[in-house]
Write a protein that binds this ligand. Structure first.
Ligand SMILES: *Cc1c(COP(=O)(O)O)cnc(C)c1O
Length: 374
């Protein structure tokens, strides 16, 4: 058994060799409204269901409890569906990576860790650099050279050691792993430690709370490593154990870039794992993950939810970023814009049915991607 008082990475038992999931003794009989009344408007409002034991170890920049927005100009195109954005772009460092990294850094502080390393497609590196600066922890970030300049600059400004790698995130991961093992640094690669997932699961708690405990019918999620998708799915299970929601679940849709669409292929083949797929550059750098470490768990959530998976190309994302800025007043990340394209396709095909309530998770701010939007 793994213990939360120790430093944990992955499950190393021969029959497991995959992500470790935090488990809690969840109480029953709590009144959700009373329990949450007067809580802070951040992800820490759910701290009893999160891994940090001592509140003095929480490293917070105000992450979470992001707004749920209805559609403005796009509502005409949504036809018979009520569509919502959960807008994560206002998080510290401009993306929802603040949730996962904020959680992992807080727990690392609790465990006395002095140096953290991560490979990143962009946003996780900036978040790690910022939260480590605040925690007084050293950060090393391994990022593909092709990432837009702003993602590199923010890491340097927050004082992290930035290594630019001539390759993709898988290459970054190999180098980061070698250097971490040589130097005894702690790695927070996606789903290779248990707590980034715990931060991202707070999106699931917020979705339930903000939808007044009546979950939407369909959730679209831009899938890179899949932390948020698996985290939201875990949150719904915990909420059911708490008795705060029932058995009903949304259908989960993984949206990928055509460049890295291994999950889409695996899902439509009915496979339990995915193949490595990397066709190179995409403007949605957060989606350039050739083979998610937790592909099994992503696919499991998709199958369990009767979900779907769909890939979008750069031209479609680019056009959607501009269209959404024009009609919604939101300059969102290409990863988020991909969801609107995916929704339109799946409603045109009839998979999203008239009358269903649909949630799109805009995971990041478009301001960091301007050099690649034309
Ligand atoms: C990292 C990232 C994603 C992918 O998130 P995962 O949880 O790793 O699948 C999506 N959008 C943005 C903006 C990101 O930074």
């Amino acid at each position: 058994m793994h213990n939360a008082a120790n430093v944990n990475t992955v499950c190393e038992n021969a029959d497991c060799r995959s992500t470790l999931f935090a488990e809690y003794d969840l109480p029953t009989g709590l009144n959700r409204e009373q329990f949450l009344a007067g809580r802070p408007a951040s992800m820490w409002r759910y701290h009893e269901f999160l891994p940090v034991a001592d509140p003095s170890n929480v490293v917070s920049l105000g992450e979470g409890f992001t707004p749920l927005l209805t559609l403005a100009g796009l509502s005409i195109e949504a036809l018979n569906n009520q569509v919502f954005w959960k807008d994560e772009s206002g998080n510290p460092t401009g993306s929802f990576k603040a949730r996962g990294i904020g959680m992992a850094v807080s727990k690392a502080k609790e465990l006395g860790i002095a140096h953290i390393v991560t490979p990143t497609a962009g946003n996780a590196g900036g978040a790690l650099a910022a939260y480590c600066a605040r925690a007084g922890i050293r950060a090393s970030v391994y990022m593909p050279q092709l990432t837009p300049k702003v993602f590199k600059d923010e890491c340097r400004l927050y004082g992290a050691d930035l290594v630019e790698v001539d390759g993709n995130i898988a290459d970054c991961g190999k180098l980061a792993n070698d250097h971490a093992l040589q130097n005894g640094w702690f790695q927070v690669s996606t789903l290779k430690e248990p707590y980034r997932l715990e931060g991202k699961k707070t999106m699931g708690y917020e979705i339930a709370e903000q939808f007044n405990w009546q979950l939407p019918d369909v959730i679209f999620y831009p899938t890179g490593g899949g932390t948020g998708l698996i985290g939201i799915w875990k949150a719904f299970k915990e909420l059911e154990q708490l008795g705060w929601i029932g058995k009903e679940r949304p259908r989960m849709v993984a949206v990928q870039s055509i460049s890295c669409d291994g999950i889409v292929t695996a899902f439509h083949n009915g496979d339990l794992t995915s193949e490595f797929k990397d066709a190179g550059f995409t403007i949605a750098n957060g989606l350039r993950v050739p083979k998610p470490y937790a592909d099994k768990q992503i696919l499991k959530a998709l199958y369990e939810s009767n979900g779907n998976a769909i890939a979008i190309d750069d031209a479609e994302m680019n056009a959607a970023v501009k269209h959404i800025a024009n009609t919604e007043g939101m300059l969102i990340a290409p990863e988020g814009a991909a969801l609107w394209v995916a929704f339109k396709k799946l409603s045109a095909s009839g998979w999203v049915k008239p009358g269903e309530r649909v949630l799109l998770l805009n995971t990041g701010s478009g301001y960091k991607y301007l050099e690649n939007i034309v």
